[in-house]
Design a protein around this ligand. Structure first.
Ligand code: SF4
Ligand code: SF4
Length: 163
């Protein structure tokens, strides 16, 4: 119990640090939003580690390049993704769940969507469809499930993330 709480506190302090340093600027999604990836590589080279879901961990290519962050299996624990090359993701169709959802986020408690203002792809391309938002929601729910099954801990982490 003690161990879990220390782990949760570390995650929360890491989230706050990332927000303070401007690496996570979440804005609630209101109405319609356009998105088209500009292949700038910002998200693939930011200090945010990519927590791998159970499903992601079945990908041997990804697991080989993973590391550990507060007890989680992660990709790009050092801030640079080994799969980013020449402005492209080398494993695009098999990229981790979090990469598929980015730059969108979903708060399981308020049931609201957010997007990361840091992403230059926001405001470009087509309006994100309801179908796409449903996919993003499912990706994010599987991400949250991979972090903890404890509702209180999850609530604390989400509050640090979205508020
Ligand atoms: S930050 Fe946005 S535009 Fe840049 S690579 Fe990531 S998703 Fe694409
Ligand atoms: S797996 Fe692909 S999309 Fe995800 S961070 Fe690495 S290069 Fe970027």
């Amino acid at each position: 119990m003690e161990k879990t709480s220390k782990k949760v506190n570390k995650i929360i302090s890491e989230i706050r640090k990332l927000k303070r340093n401007g690496f996570l600027k979440l804005k609630p999604l209101q109405g319609e939003v356009r998105f088209k990836c500009q292949r700038c590589g910002k998200c693939c080279n930011s200090p945010l580690p990519i927590i791998l879901t159970k499903e992601d961990q079945k990908n041997t290519e990804v697991i080989k390049k993973s590391s550990t962050w507060y007890g989680f299996k992660v990709l790009k624990g050092n801030g640079k993704c080994p799969f980013f090359e020449k402005g492209r993701c080398k494993i695009h169709s098999k990229r981790p769940t979090v990469c598929k959802a980015y730059p969108f986020h979903y708060d399981p408690f308020t049931k609201k969507f957010y997007f990361d203002e840091n992403c230059p792809g926001i405001g470009h391309g087509k309006i994100v469809s309801q179908q796409k938002l449903r996919e993003i929601k499912n990706y994010r729910l599987s991400f949250w499930r991979s972090i903890t099954s404890d509702t209180k801990s999850l609530l604390k982490i989400c509050q640090a993330f979205f508020l």
